[in-house]
Design a protein around this ligand. Structure first.
Ligand SMILES: [Zn+2]
Length: 192
């Protein structure tokens, strides 16, 4: 008889998961130096069942400003996204971490990730469930980079230094792995 976990269990009733959406990841952007004055990036988003818009974004005065997307033919702007406020909280071991403020009216939650739904919003606003088995590619890459970086040390404020006692070969392999992850991320997310 069909029961829990039989494969017939309320599949159609499931909420969409976070992995089915393009996400902006504040931690990823921060790690790649895009959340400081003058930081820039671009992204391709699908809008209203149709055109894919290339959005240029830049960081200034504590927020991510979104440039309007233009029609290539007549240069009319056709998509103008809300700017995103960024808040910073202190970490236990020094430094600070960024949070987006969800731009949906009446929300204003802090969120590390904002999801695309013809505009950005937090997972609460979009009613999205977490799907840890199948994360966003960027989220997965962020985790991988964080894991590699955790094996290295910060010395004199410079990250990714070789810990005492680690073989040179291991050290350069880790640096290479971090570079590879960053390159892979660039396929999804292009730093200008
Ligand atoms: Zn929200």
């Amino acid at each position: 008889m069909g029961g829990y976990g039989s494969g017939r269990f309320s599949y159609s009733g499931r909420r969409p998961t976070t992995s089915q959406r393009f996400a902006l990841d504040a931690r990823f952007l921060h790690r790649h130096g895009m959340l400081r004055e003058g930081g820039r990036f671009s992204m391709a988003v699908e809008y209203a069942n149709g055109p894919v818009a290339d959005i240029d974004a830049f960081y200034t005065r504590g927020g991510v400003r979104m440039a309007p997307a233009y029609h290539s033919r007549d240069k009319r702007p056709y998509l103008r996204l809300d700017d995103l406020l960024v808040e910073w909280t202190d970490c236990n071991y020094g430094g600070s971490r960024p949070w987006f403020i969800c731009p949906r009216t009446g929300c204003g939650r802090r969120a590390a990730l904002l999801y695309w739904a013809s505009g950005f919003a937090c997972r609460h606003c979009l009613g999205l469930a977490y799907d840890s088995q199948n994360e966003q590619p960027l989220d997965r890459l962020s985790r991988r980079v964080a894991k590699y970086r955790a094996k290295l040390v910060v010395r004199d404020g410079v990250p990714n230094q070789k810990p005492a006692g680690m073989h040179e070969r291991t050290y350069f392999r880790l640096l290479g792995a971090i570079d590879n992850a960053a390159e892979e991320a660039a396929l999804y997310f292009h730093a200008l």
